[in-house]
Design a protein. Structure first.
Length: 94
């Protein structure tokens, strides 16, 4: 029984990791955000982003018109659609 429970837990962990790897916002996050905010938004040179508590509108405003040391990212560099995907990705991280 102990082996079955361990196997189920390992399987659940692998499924969870794989789901994150397939998230539509992951590639945009890695390309535009991870350099400063670290893997999975857990912090780096920039602040930690998870748990992500901001709305799409708040995130978009901060990305386009930052009130901190973050460089602004215009829509020509990062589309509104990609921002929405990044927000969804960050909100999916536990």
């Amino acid at each position: 029984m102990k082996g079955v429970v361990s196997g189920v837990l390992v399987f659940a962990a692998l499924v969870s990791l794989r789901a994150g790897a397939d998230h539509p916002g992951l590639k945009s996050y890695e390309t535009h955000c991870a350099r400063c905010h670290g893997a999975e938004g857990r912090g780096g040179n920039g602040p930690r982003l998870v748990p992500f508590i901001f709305s799409y509108e708040q995130a978009l405003e901060q990305i386009r018109h930052p009130v901190c040391d973050m460089p602004a990212m215009p829509a020509t560099q990062l589309s509104d659609e990609d921002v929405a995907k990044i927000v969804a990705y960050l909100q999916s991280i536990e």
